[in-house]
Structures are given as structure tokens and as C-alpha cells.
Design a protein around this ligand. Structure first.
Ligand code: ATP
Ligand code: MG
Length: 438
């Protein structure tokens, strides 16, 4: 099929909006006799009047040929070989045109690089081709627009311009096949729909719930990257809701999903919504946010449920919480690989919840000096606001921080810790669980 060529005066992409480094890469490739295009988010976002996050380049030059042109160039990736051209902190990603898959799938090595499928999944794709082929193996139509540095036109092989105008995220080709090739595309569909305010085309959305579980087999490190993009976008709350709507939250965080199912929406959705809303507000106000806090909140329902199971089985409160934290973290790690710099503070935020409940004697002062106090206290406030912790406990810490020399008096706690809080209760707001007061 012939592509639609949109000449320079019929689209809104201007060289002034492209980073100098991306232009440098494009021109040097062209001047060396190669084809060179800006592709992906750069074209998509500039067409919408948005600022692209980064600039991606597509070319017919092989990775090794790209490397010869740029001193500051590194070849990366085995699954998908790419050239990264480094300019200080900015990286321009240069991809060589890929060939289309053959109709019946091919699993053989090729002389020219290689392409390997495993159970329909594309585990390696280094067979090179033409622009026309490259366009059709990209994920969404709006991501398959090419800005030609030679004449400043945009080349559209997949109907991306029309979908851009209509606000539609549409997978190129047969959705089920394309999602099986790479299940992460399901998460990308949600991410782009949210970011751009687009809707996912019904035919693209249709197979997602049935295929969602295929995400469980994806490398946990890749899912971490993708989860971070979804939840650190300033739209974490919408992301959570949209993921759940498409059945995609379950494979990412099955233990939280199970808890929501068993203990009821009312018990946990207010807490998660408060935590994610809080993160979004901070991002909106340019305040720092840490993935540790975000993941601590998303996994907290599972921690609490496991803690309660252990307590019901006779385990004392302190080791029950410790063990629940360890178990949930270890399980979750098999789906989303949190780097230690996030998982360690996440654990501290959790275990501090137990310590914040025991505030007698010198304990409170020691906790105040703890490097994770602030995050743990913020977490406690969110719990109190959604009925997962006693409001007077949060109040106590609020007052104590203002005046650490004069600890507020502790209201006598209402009796002993109740065992076996009823988890089957379907209606009504969550009952605050009385915390041990040491
Ligand atoms: P952003 O950079 O804003 O997240 P982007 O569209 O540029 O969005 P990248 O991850 O930078 O996304 O990828 C660049 C381009 O590479 C995409 O626009 C798309 O054309 C192609 N691409 C990326 N990931 C995939 C994938 N999993 N399957 C098919 N094509 C992909
Ligand atoms: Mg990009």
C-alpha cells in the first residue's frame, strides 16, 4: 500500500521544536547517504503541540554503520539492537528499519542479524528491512509516523495522522497477534491513552482482558520500567483505574488485586486512591516523589491481609507484620523487580507503621529522628484518612512533631487488640483496626 506523504506545509512539525542533538544525528546520517527520519513520540507529540520526552530516529543504516558515524555512540540491546548516541544527558536512540514478520512466523536465524519467536512472543528482532516494513511492525498507528529530514515531509504508512486527529490509540495489524508478540504493548496502550487523553480503539481493547495474564511471564525488570512510567506520570490514580478496567492490574500486582477482591472495594480503594492522588498532586506541584512510597501504598493491602492471616494463626503482632512485609515483597518481586534503592525504603515505610503505633517512653523521639520518619508518617496519615489506622494515632504524631518536648498524652487505648477482625463484612466503611500501643 502506498504511504500518505504529508508535505511540510500540511503538518505542524517544525525543526525549531526538534532538539539540536536529534537534528545533528538526522543530518549526519543523511549527509552520509542514509535515510534518516524522526519517528515515534517525537512526531506524535509535536503534532499534538506537546513537548516530546525524547527523540527517536529511524534509518536504513545498520547499527555498526551508525556507530562509525558517531564517536559518542554505543550499541545496546540483544533482543532489539539499537544505537544510542550520547550528548551529555541526552540520548538519541537510533533504530535500523526492521523487516516485517513473515506470515507464518519465522524462527530461524538470519544471516543479517536475527529474529526469534517463542510461543508467539518476539524475543529477538534484528532482521533489517525497509521503512515501509518498519512502519508496520511498530505498535500503534500514531507511533508510526516518520518525519523525513530530507524534505521535511511526514510519511504515514498506517493511518496514524487520522488516528492522531481522532484521538485514537490503535494497534497496527491483528491486535491479538501483536499483543502476543509483546504483551507490554497492552500497558503501552493504557499509558498513551492516558497521557494523550485518547481512547483505545475498541478492536484494540477487545482482546486485552483475555490476554492480560500473559504479562505474568514478562521480565520483571521490564515491567518495573513500564509500571514506573504509568505510576510516576502525574496520573497514577487514572492509571490504576484504567489498568483495573482492562484487567491489567491483576497480573502486575496479583496479591493486592486478590485482597481488593476478598476484602471489598470499600476497604482498600479509598486508601489507594488517597495515596495515588497524593503522589499526583506532588508531581503536579513539582515536589519530589519516590517510587518507594508509591509501591508501599499499592502493596499495603496485601501486606495487611497477610499480617492478619498470621495474627489469626497465633503469631504476635510485631513478627506478623515483619513476616508479611517480607513475604509480600518477595512475591511481588517476581512480577515487578523493584531495585533495592526502592524496595528497602518501601519495607521501612511498612515496618515503621508498627513502630508508629508504639510510641511510649523514648521511642517516639527516636522515631522522629529516623530518616524514613517523614514518609512513614505521611503514610500513616493516608491510612488514618481512609480508615486503616486510628485517627487519634495520626493526630498524636501531628501534635508530637510540633512539640517534641511535650508529648501529648495518650488516650487509653480501647481495650486489647481485637483478634480476627471480620474480613467478610461487605458493606460500610472500613473498620479501623486498633493498633497495639506497646
Ligand atoms: P515516549 O518516548 O513518549 O514514551 P514513544 O512512542 O517515543 O513514547 P518509545 O518507547 O520511546 O515510545 O519508543 C519509540 C518508538 O518505538 C515507538 O513510538 C514505537 O514506534 C516503537 N516501539 C517502542 N516499543 C515498541 C513495542 N513494544 N512494539 C512495537 N513498537 C515499539
Ligand atoms: Mg520516545
Amino acid at each position: 500500500m502506498a504511504p500518505t506523504i504529508i508535505p511540510r506545509d500540511k503538518h505542524s512539525i517544525s525543526r525549531a521544536d526538534i532538539s539540536d542533538n536529534a537534528l545533528k544525528v538526522l543530518y549526519r546520517l543523511r549527509n552520509a547517504g542514509y535515510e534518516a527520519y524522526m519517528v515515534g513520540g517525537g512526531v506524535r507529540d509535536l503534532s499534538l503541540g506537546r513537548e516530546p520526552k525524547d527523540f527517536d530516529v529511524a534509518t536504513d543504516a545498520r547499527p555498526e554503520e551508525v556507530r562509525k558515524l558517531f564517536r559518542n555512540c554505543r550499541l545496546i540491546g540483544r533482543r532489539f539492537r539499537l544505537a544510542h548516541v550520547h550528548f551529555g544527558p541526552e540520548i538519541i536512540e537510533v533504530a535500523t528499519f526492521r523487516a516485517l514478520r513473515e506470515p507464518d512466523g519465522d524462527a530461524e536465524d538470519h544471516a543479517d542479524g536475527d529474529r526469534v519467536y517463542e510461543n508467539g512472543r518476539l524475543v529477538r528482532d534484528n532482521v533489517y528491512g525497509t521503512l515501509a516494513e518498519d512502519a508496520l511492525r511498530r505498535d500503534f498507528t500514531v507511533n508510526a509516523l516518520y518525519y523525513n529530514i530530507d524534505d521535511f515531509s511526514v510519511v504515514d504508512h498506517a493511518g496514524g495522522m487520522e488516528d492522531l486527529r481522532a484521538g485514537v490509540i490503535r494497534l497496527i495489524g491483528e491486535p491479538e497477534v501483536r499483543f502476543r508478540e509483546d504483551p507490554v504493548r497492552m500497558l503501552r496502550a493504557v499509558r498513551f491513552a492516558l497521557k494523550l487523553g485518547f481512547r483505545i480503539h475498541p478492536q484494540t481493547a477487545a482482546p486485552i482482558p483475555a490476554l492480560a495474564e500473559t504479562l505474568a511471564d514478562m521480565p520483571a525488570a521490564r515491567l518495573f520500567d513500564e509500571a514506573l512510567k504509568l505510576f510516576m506520570s502525574g496520573m497514577a490514580l487514572e492509571a490504576f483505574e484504567m489498568l483495573r478496567h482492562h484487567g491489567l492490574f491483576d497480573p502486575l500486582m496479583p496479591w493486592t488485586a486478590e485482597t481488593l477482591e476478598e476484602e471489598g472495594e470499600d476497604r482498600w480503594v479509598p486508601f489507594i486512591a488517597a495515596a495515588l492522588g497524593n503522589t499526583d498532586a506532588r508531581i503536579g506541584a513539582d515536589k519530589p516523589v519516590t517510587p518507594a512510597f508509591l509501591f508501599a501504598a499499592l502493596l499495603w493491602p496485601a501486606v495487611r491481609r497477610r499480617e492478619q492471616q498470621l495474627i489469626d494463626a497465633g503469631e504476635p503482632a510485631v513478627p506478623a507484620l515483619q513476616q508479611a512485609c517480607a513475604e509480600v515483597q518477595a512475591l511481588q518481586q517476581t512480577r515487578i523487580a523493584l531495585p533495592k534503592r526502592f524496595s528497602i525504603p518501601m519495607r521501612e515505610i511498612w515496618t515503621m507503621q508498627g513502630r508508629l503505633a508504639r510510641r511510649g517512653g523514648k521511642r517516639a523521639l527516636r522515631l522522629l529522628a529516623h530518616p524514613r520518619f517523614r514518609a512513614a508518617y505521611d503514610f500513616l496519615e493516608l491510612r488514618a484518612a481512609s480508615g486503616d489506622a486510628p485517627e487519634d494515632l495520626a493526630q498524636w504524631w501531628r501534635a508530637f512533631q510540633e512539640n517534641p518536648d511535650k508529648p501529648p498524652s495518650q488516650r487509653p487505648s480501647s481495650g486489647r487488640r481485637r483478634r480476627g477482625r471480620s474480613r467478610r463484612k461487605k458493606s460500610g466503611a472500613a473498620t479501623p483496626t486498633p493498633e497495639g500501643d506497646g
